[in-house]
Design a protein around this ligand. Structure first.
Ligand code: ADP
Ligand code: MG
Ligand code: MG
Length: 252
């Protein structure tokens, strides 16, 4: 589903990713862990197509298509969902309307009919229940005046309504409290299926107590230095990243 080959990427002319190789198959949940500043968010931003992040070598294939050539909204229409640390506010656009437009853009792209208004509402209400979001939030402008935890809920609501093929969640440094963390985990676990994959980026192990990944990768200084099973996350929690040449919290 996602195939990253020898990816190099720069920000402001400085090379941050120095040859990333990663293959994620349908049904799999991969976690990327690593010290602060190792390039985890840069990888998420490159996958998202965020301006300012430049892939200088290598390729990223999503369902066999070259992702790097697609505009960010085209990536979303192909079934990619990116959850970020700081979700954007869209003043004046009601949350429900936004979700409907997003869902229908994906459906149209796949040649499917628009969802019936009632079916759509029912689905959103069911998913709002899953993330424990009060329905009054559906009528409010997207994220405007939402607290950090409410934005996080809303983001996971978007993910569960959009039902992406691949979701990339960058949860690093987000300072999620345990409730918000559970919302993220419940959202991911509810969507886990043989056709869908997840890339969960996290600095801390605790999220992975709730989302048990199939594969854990350790990124240090822009390269994946080790990959293993879920037990690798526990090892890292105990030993820190010092084994990999850099102490916890140390910047480069
Ligand atoms: P992580 O998510 O692992 O903490 P990042 O990808 O955020 O790491 O950062 C990796 C390096 O790239 C850091 O040195 C950081 O300062 C730099 N970097 C990332 N994004 C930007 C940006 N928008 N502008 C300048 N430097 C950036
Ligand atoms: Mg960071
Ligand atoms: Mg980060």
């Amino acid at each position: 589903m996602l195939e990253i080959k020898n990816l190099h990427a720069s920000v402001d002319g400085r090379e941050i990713l120095r040859g990333i190789d990663l293959v994620i198959r349908p049904g799999e949940v991969h976690a990327i862990m690593g010290p602060n500043g190792s390039g985890k968010s840069t990888l998420a931003n490159i996958i998202a197509g965020r301006p300012g992040y430049e892939a200088t070598a290598g390729e990223v294939l999503f369902d066999g298509k070259s992702l790097l050539e697609l505009a960010p909204e085209e990536r979303a229409r192909e079934g990619l969902f990116l959850a970020f640390q700081y979700p954007v506010e869209i003043p004046g656009v009601n949350n429900l309307y936004f979700l409907k437009a997003a869902v229908n853009a994906v459906r149209k792209h796949r040649g499917e009919e628009e969802l019936d208004a009632l079916d759509f509402l029912e689905k959103v209400q069911q998913r709002a229940g899953l993330v424990k979001m009060d329905e009054s939030f559906l009528k409010r402008p997207v994220n405007e005046g939402f607290s950090g935890g409410e934005k996080k809920r809303n983001e996971i609501l978007q993910m569960t309504v959009l039902e992406p093929k691949l979701a990339v969640l960058d949860e690093t440094d987000s300072g999620l409290d345990i409730d918000a963390l559970k919302v993220v985990a419940d959202g991911v676990n509810a969507l886990r299926s043989p056709e869908r994959a997840f890339l969960v980026i996290t600095h801390y192990q605790r999220l992975l107590d709730h989302i048990v990944p199939d594969v854990v990768h350790v990124m240090v200084d822009g390269v994946i230095v080790r990959s293993g099973g879920p037990q690798l996350a526990l090892e890292l929690e105990e030993q820190g990243y010092s084994l990999y040449g850099r102490a916890e919290g140390e910047s480069r």
